[in-house]
Design a protein around this ligand. Structure first.
Ligand code: HEM
Length: 94
C-alpha cells in the first residue's frame, strides 16, 4: 500500500512538473482540473491507509468501512475520469 502510494506520488509529480507543465502553459483549465485530481488522489491515499491501518484515531472510520470504501471507489472513478479528459484534451485549442 505504502510503496504503491509513494510510486503514484513520485511518478505523478515528475510527470506533472517535467512533462505536463511545459506542454500546458497558459491552460488554466488543465491545471485547475489537475489540481482537483491531485487533491482527490490525496483523499484516496488517506482513506486507503486509514481503512487498512490500526490507528485508534481512525477507528470510527473503520466502523463505517462500507461507507468510506464506497467514497474511496467513487473518488478513484472521478480521478480516472479527470485524467482521461486531460489526456484527450488538445492544447492550444483548435
Ligand atoms: C489514486 C491515484 C491516481 C490515479 C488512479 C491516477 C490515474 C491516472 C490516469 C488513469 C492517467 C492517464 C494515463 C494515460 O492514459 O496517459 C493519469 C495521468 C496523469 N497523472 Fe495520475 N493518477 C493518480 C495520482 C496522481 C498524482 C498523485 C499525481 C501528481 C501529484 C498525478 C499526476 C498525473 C499526471 C501529470 C498525468 C498526465 C496527464 C496528461 O496526460 O496530461 N496522478 N493518472
Amino acid at each position: 500500500m505504502r510503496a504503491g502510494i509513494v510510486l503514484f506520488l513520485l511518478t505523478g509529480i515528475y510527470n506533472y512538473i517535467v512533462v505536463a507543465i511545459p506542454k500546458h502553459r497558459g491552460d488554466g483549465f488543465y491545471h485547475a482540473l489537475m489540481g482537483i485530481k491531485i487533491l482527490l488522489a490525496f483523499g484516496v491515499f488517506f482513506l486507503a491507509e486509514a481503512l487498512v491501518g490500526r490507528s485508534k484515531a481512525f477507528e470510527g472510520l473503520r466502523q463505517a468501512r462500507k461507507t468510506w470504501l464506497l467514497v474511496l471507489v467513487v473518488l478513484a472513478f472521478a480521478i480516472v475520469a479527470i485524467s482521461s479528459l486531460l489526456r484527450v484534451r488538445t492544447w492550444p485549442p483548435g
